[in-house]
Design a protein around this ligand. Structure first.
Ligand code: AMP
Ligand code: MG
Length: 345
């Protein structure tokens, strides 16, 4: 299969490009497109065959649930049932935006979007390309991250091509994505609201709207998109660079000293070492910084991991963020990518 790449203005998407992408989706094809979080791999949510193709393209085990993307609140009606008031309040407050709500599913949806459950995850993305594409297609779209199974999510068109060229019909290249981390996932289908995945809408922001949101699902999330089924209690491999990622937690000076020791030890065994960050005092390692500050770190995290892989390092050292605000989401992705290799100094 040839993958067509169409450049598109991220704010004022060209009607021609959107129409071509919508046509491909209406015919059961797969189209990667930018959202404000990461690039999504879109398929018509009402088309079970297209969804099967999507699982195959990503090499993702069937059974992992998908997020259904809508272009306006009115579309919720045909997708969810028994929608609780807090869901509507949160949608009013945070949509369009990086918040996914898990609700009770409407029977019209194919079972494949969330096999063996009676729920559906829904989101209205805040990106002109995503919205125009959903509208032009005339159907909601499932759109998991446009990367191969267990790889870091794609935040640039080049990442999509590196993982999926020749496996998907079309890519709308709208430049790098603004947030860079996948959406916050909040389950409102049970008695108490549970945060399943931290994201740019923080736990603090959710609690300001809905006092009883429980966190905790995040690291134990059995529903996770690309997670490999592993034994209980283990971190799941996800967002992973090819290199081994080692995380450091602790006071800055101590972390720097421990990293310098690690560089020496690994180099002594002939391994190439990379650093996720910029530390002029740390010698003899490849350094790629995602950016300064939490927002820039979130935006550049996956690109930096991919860049370190491209430079051929065997091991990547990184420091965990402060846990408040966006730090929770960044650390969640780092921990999964590191499969639990955390060094406390
Ligand atoms: P992605 O589409 O790659 O951003 O990831 C999908 C995420 O949505 C996974 O982490 C799932 O945990 C979550 N998700 C999707 N559908 C459901 C559902 N019906 N119930 C619970 N979680 C879901
Ligand atoms: Mg994913």
């Amino acid at each position: 299969m040839n993958t067509t790449v169409l450049p598109v203005n991220p704010r004022y998407p060209q009607a021609k490009a959107i129409a071509a992408a919508a046509r491909a989706l209406q015919q059961g094809g797969l189209v990667a497109f930018p959202t404000e979080t990461v690039y999504g791999l879109g398929a018509n949510a009402m088309d079970a065959d297209a969804i099967r193709r999507l699982y195959r393209a990503k090499q993702r085990p069937a059974g992992n649930p998908l997020i259904v993307h809508v272009a306006d609140l009115a579309q919720l009606e045909g997708l969810a049932v028994d929608i609780p008031d807090p869901a509507l309040q949160l949608a009013q407050r945070f949509w369009p935006g990086p918040l996914t709500l898990v609700l009770k599913r409407h029977p019209a949806l194919p079972d494949l979007i969330a096999p063996q459950r009676d729920t559906v995850a829904l989101r209205l993305p805040a990106h002109a390309v995503a919205q125009a594409l959903i509208r032009a297609t005339g159907h909601p779209l499932v759109a998991p991250s446009a990367n191969r199974f267990a790889r870091p999510s794609a935040t640039r068109a080049a990442h999509v091509l590196a993982d999926l060229e020749g496996r998907i019909d079309l890519l709308l290249d709208g430049g790098p994505t603004r947030i860079g981390l996948e959406s916050t996932v909040l389950d409102l289908s049970r008695q108490a609201p549970v945060l399943l995945r931290p994201g740019a809408i923080t736990l603090e922001q959710l609690r300001a709207q809905l006092a009883d949101v429980r966190s905790g699902g995040a690291m134990l999330d059995l529903d996770d998109d690309d997670a490999l089924p592993e034994s209980p209690g283990q971190y799941r491999r996800h967002y992973s660079p090819r290199a081994e990622l080692l995380l450091y937690e602790g006071e800055e000076g101590a972390v720097l000293a421990a990293m310098q020791d690690a560089v020496r030890a690994h180099a002594g065994r002939g391994r190439r070492v990379g650093l996720l960050g910029a530390l002029p005092d740390l010698a003899d390692c490849e350094q790629v910084s995602p950016g300064e500050g939490q927002e820039a770190t979130g935006r550049g995290l996956f690109a930096a991991l991919r860049e370190l892989d491209a430079r051929g390092v065997d091991v990547i050292l990184a420091r965990l963020e402060e846990s408040g605000g966006l730090g929770a989401a960044i650390n969640d992705r780092l921990r999964r990518a590191a499969e639990g290799r955390i060094i406390r100094v």
